[in-house]
Design a protein around this ligand. Structure first.
Ligand code: NIG
Ligand code: FE
Length: 441
């Protein structure tokens, strides 16, 4: 534990959160995910009639201890706290983790919303030159500074809704220069946001106009990927994963496989879009490659579910997209019961303009029949695991980073139940022991 002695010999700690009715630990024991029924066990520490629950945070922003107020205060008698947050009977849950977003882009697609609501399918809009193609045009034309200025308030809105760790993809450049521009924007955002960003190279998000899927596959493997690798060495580009949109009319299973294998050779984790609109067998292919995470999965087959469960690939479910596009919902229940570690993501992008993980959890409960407990595990520990961060993030456990969300209600489920009420329900968002958002009233 990292305590510090001030010049006067007084022990210092960064933060004390006290007076909680519930601290929802979602403890999984270090890196371990919580499969099947374990997903519902949140390891809640409850207060008594007389006292609440406290969390002590050390000077490195790590959780030092969790227990009844009297126990924690007793253990840290004489300590000088950098800050004390009295929760006044509210609850504390782990900082939310958004396992799938596309947040760097210019030019919204509000004009397509009405089309989709009146029945146009995602692929009809896409093949007519709208969808991703429209956003690619706008994003290519935008300067790095403009993209950064559009990104930062989006990240801030995520923080206000309780997100503390987020996966962010490139993928609206589709050529070497524009993809690198997007990845650079993500690098520039890091010191300007309290969020931890896990960035993903998604040069295979779509087939650029004028190219075949084969040509686009070669472009990604032979030109874009080497430049990303070069960037990782030359200017500390922190790309962790590679993504491809494996879908009929975009990249087929064998092209997707080649892209993912090339990424793997360069040391990237595999985290890709599959089986969203058609049952192509993307999940089976991903499982065979040992993919760390696969997203969407509305059309996943039984074999795909079994394969993912066997290798432990995280199934990242994106209920906003299925809801907006009126897709058959992904079989989240089947996946959980088969032992797939299920996570959640907002899929924030110009199609599904949602920055709120509490809303995503609500949709997961109502549309996908996930229980609130499962939805919270999916939006914290399992999402952190999808991003290779479960050792340090995703639950309230001694030694993990103190990423916390404080809720103004005596039971944590209000975070989901009060749909659309995040601004009201969340009083504090704490990142590594520092308050990065506080409700203004
Ligand atoms: O995850 N399906 C592919 N990619 C995104 C949508 C991107 C867009 O439409 O701009 C998704 O839903
Ligand atoms: Fe996506």
């Amino acid at each position: 534990m990292s305590e510090r002695e001030s010049s006067g010999g007084v022990r210092e700690m960064l933060l004390l959160v006290r007076g909680a009715s519930q601290v929802v630990r979602v403890a999984g024991g270090g890196e371990r995910v919580k499969l099947r029924e374990a997903m519902r066990d949140l390891a809640v520490v409850s207060g008594t009639e007389d006292e609440g629950v406290s969390i002590a945070v050390d000077m490195a922003g790590r959780i030092a201890s969790v227990g009844l107020d009297s126990e924690v205060c007793g253990a840290y008698g004489g300590v000088r706290w950098g800050r004390v947050v009295d929760v006044g009977g509210g609850c504390v849950v782990p900082g939310l983790v958004d396992a799938h977003t596309h947040p760097v882009w210019a030019g919204d697609r509000v004009h397509e919303f009405a089309l989709k609501v009146s029945g146009a399918t995602y692929m009809e809009v896409h093949t007519a030159g709208g969808g991703i193609h429209y956003t690619v045009q706008q994003t290519r034309a935008a300067s790095e500074d403009l993209l950064l200025s559009l990104l930062l308030p989006r990240l801030q809105r995520m923080v206000r809704a309780g997100t503390t760790l987020v996966e962010c993809k490139s993928g609206y450049g589709l050529d070497v220069e524009s993809e690198l521009k997007m990845l650079r924007v993500l690098e520039r955002a890091r010191p300007l946001t309290p969020l931890t960003i896990s960035s993903t190279f998604c040069g295979a998000h779509s087939v650029p106009r004028g190219l075949t899927a084969e040509e686009a596959t070669r472009l990604v493997v032979e030109e874009q990927l080497p430049k990303v690798v070069e960037g990782r060495q030359a200017w500390e580009l922190h790309v962790e994963s590679i993504d491809v949109f494996c879908e009929a009319g975009v990249f087929d299973v064998s092209q997707s496989r080649r892209i993912l294998e090339a990424g793997r050779k360069c040391g990237l984790r595999l985290n890709f879009h599959a089986d969203e609109l058609h049952a192509l067998g993307g999940a089976e292919m991903g499982a065979a490659l040992g993919a760390e995470a696969i997203s969407h999965l509305e059309e996943i087959s039984e074999k795909g579910i079994a394969g993912m469960a066997q290798v432990g690939s995280v199934g990242v479910i994106l209920p906003t997209t299925a809801h907006l596009l009126r897709l058959p919902p992904p079989p989240a229940r089947k996946m959980i019961e088969a032992g797939v570690p299920v996570a959640l993501g907002s899929d924030f992008n110009p199609n599904a303009h949602c920055l709120s993980m509490p809303l995503v959890m609500y949709l997961a409960c109502v549309m996908l029949e996930m229980s609130p407990n499962e939805a919270l595990t999916a939006a914290t520990l399992h999402a952190a695991h999808a991003l290779n961060r479960a050792r340090t993030h995703g639950s309230i456990e001694e030694g993990k980073m103190a990423d916390l969300v404080v809720i103004d209600a005596p039971r944590w489920e209000h975070l989901i139940y009060q749909v659309g009420g995040t601004d009201h329900v969340i009083t504090h968002v704490i990142k590594e022991g520092k308050v990065v958002h506080q409700r203004p009233y």
